[in-house]
Design a protein around this ligand. Sequence first.
Ligand code: SF4
Length: 353
Amino acid sequence: MNIKDLSPGELEKFVADKGLEPFRARQIGKWLYRKGARSFEEMTDLSKGTRELLKSAFSAGDAMELAEEQISTDGTRKFLFKLLDGKQIESVLIPEKGRHTLCVSSQVGCALGCTFCLTGTIGKIRNLTPSEILDQYILVNRYTGGSVTNIVFMGMGEPLDNLGNLVRALKTMTDENFLGLSPKRITVSTSGIVPRIKELGEQVSVNLAVSLNAPRDELRDVIMPINKKYPIKELIKASVKFPVPPRKALMFEYVLLSKVNDSDRDAYDLGHLLSGINCKVNLIPFNEAGPLPYRSPTRERVLSFQEILMSFGLNVRIRKSRGSDILGACGQLAAEYPARKIKGEKSAARVVV
Ligand code: SF4
């Protein structure tokens, strides 16, 4: 087991169970997350006996290795990581003015099968461990000289389908004695596993993004099968109760699929659904990818959809597509699994590792 699989609380318990002083947990955390230690030998202010004890129970090395990096013509960087069992995942670093956002994966593949998402075509292979979630941030930061400022869980997988490990990783990220990141800079995105939204909110306070993508159940049932289990009304009810950090608003993500969910009627229905809710809406024109049967809407359609939503007093942003030439954009992550190979890639993107 990797020691980074333990949450701060679990590490404190381990330390107490072994009869060590309580401050040892903070000391170990500092070595792992502030000083970048990858072995217990490096933890020189621990006694030899303590280091031996830790070594007999855990490893402290990286949970993955960087297999490849691709750089998009727009500066977006996609990292392909090889896990210790040979499985692969991807993370995407999106540089913008004043912030560098890392989009991390929570699973190898995904079970939820949203029909507009390439990851969904793979199916779920397995959950990521806490150390595999954390190491995406740690390795990218190490590789890019500490550039990551924000983290979004919008990579491969449904984070709430891996709730226990997600929460462990989030606690390590936000504990001031461990990674010490502000919860305001972390966003978890979900397709809507309703009971888990409440469970997540009971354990951590981070930003929540709900991948909505349709204003009516009959449409959402088709593009997001999870909706048959947890329909829109229940999803909205659970989402508005989620404890986002102070001065932050709930986010709704809406992937615009040409002639599927981008009509004026859809915009009006969405406006009625969300009006009065303290939220932000992100419109994401679909990124055409491989075998998926959808098309991007025209720019005019996107602007008109936005205008209708704004007439309801909603705060609506159109998200610029980033990294689509390296299949790094929203819904395009599939690592080296078969779905990805269907697209004949011709781009100016660079492969650097
Ligand atoms: S959009 Fe998210 S939840 Fe849906 S299939 Fe893709 S990774 Fe899974």
